[in-house]
Design a protein around this ligand. Structure first.
Ligand code: SF4
Ligand code: SF4
Length: 301
């Protein structure tokens, strides 16, 4: 392991893993994504991700010699309970990684004078896989040994020079060979039996992270999370030992549930609700939360 990666491994407090990737790999990535754009039949969301979301160049003037990509662990999920009209409902929620703590550990471990800059719009999963930090599953989720899929990625440009390191093609984890548990578990048919890319416009998270209505074809019984969907990750053998890391329950009382359902909770959020919302990452998808809780109530009526 290169010296800086060893130093980082010692500095992180919560099991984070990090890789240093030379910034010239961004040129390979641009070429690969360009081929991907012309060779794959992409849906509108995938085209937007490629053309509107990703930014593959460091901001002008920043002397990026490398990128530091970090997998920050989190519990597999939290159980969530909420009260509505005298009745208790139960569902699941994602738990946010502690990015601030990971960044503090990173900064403390870097050599004096080293500069880093957050790189939020890089294709993080692809970088993690091609840089040798993670593997793709057939559900297009990333996995790391001993972490399963219970992590989120963050990246920084840095002025630290580094060696070539790993750089692989896109690859799917060997565990996926002959498996297919995620295909069977997926409630929307988003995972394709004969194709690497999932149809992300059919993924439940595509519908439940926005404020728009659910499509008529979607079964009412699929709703099980405050946002996102955990079915394919929960069925995956690479997560077999992650279930023990689940936490909760996080409870929303009747008043908090009313606020969440009103869709106006961001405007005036009591501290207790704000803390739970931060823990579960609800602020990322304010439009989806009310809709999803309502769907869970309706599905259990
Ligand atoms: S459920 Fe099976 S096929 Fe799907 S990502 Fe996990 S190991 Fe791969
Ligand atoms: S997150 Fe849910 S809907 Fe999306 S691919 Fe996985 S199982 Fe299917």
């Amino acid at each position: 392991m290169p010296a800086l990666e060893s130093a980082l491994a010692g500095a992180f407090r919560s099991g984070e893993r990090a890789k240093l990737i030379p910034s010239y790999r961004l040129e390979s990535l641009k070429a690969e994504l360009g081929r991907f754009r012309t060779e794959e039949a992409l849906n509108g969301f995938q085209r937007w991700i490629l053309d509107g979301l990703y930014k593959l160049d460091p901001p002008g003037g920043f002397p990026a010699a490398s990128m530091i990509i970090i997998a920050v662990p989190h519990p597999f999920f939290s159980t969530v309970e909420f009260e509505y009209l005298g009745r208790a409902y139960r569902c699941l929620g994602l738990v946010m990684s502690d990015f601030e703590s990971a960044e503090r550990s990173l900064r403390a471990a870097l050599p004096e004078g080293c500069r880093i800059l957050a790189a939020k719009d890089l294709p993080l999963k692809r970088l993690a896989v091609q840089g040798g930090l993670a593997e793709y599953g057939r559900n297009n989720i990333c996995y790391i040994e001993e972490m399963g899929s219970s992590f989120s990625l963050m990246a920084f440009f840095s002025d630290l020079p580094c060696g070539d390191g790993d750089w692989t093609g896109l690859r799917v984890a060997p565990t996926c060979d002959g498996c297919g548990a995620c295909l069977e578990a997926c409630p929307t048919g988003a995972i394709q039996p004969d194709r690497f890319l999932i149809d992300n416009e059919r993924c439940l998270s595509y519908f439940n992270e926005s404020g728009g209505p659910f499509p008529a074809w979607l079964d009412k019984g699929v709703h099980h999370c405050v946002y996102d969907c955990l079915r394919c990750q929960d069925s995956c053998p690479m997560n077999a030992d992650r279930r023990g890391t689940a936490v909760g329950p996080i409870r929303f009382d009747a008043a908090e549930t009313e606020l969440l359902l009103s869709g106006r909770w961001l405007e005036s959020c009591p501290p207790a609700l704000a803390g739970k919302a931060r823990y579960l990452g609800l602020r990322q998808w304010p439009d989806g939360v009310a809709k999803n809780l309502r769907a869970i109530i309706d599905a259990n009526a």
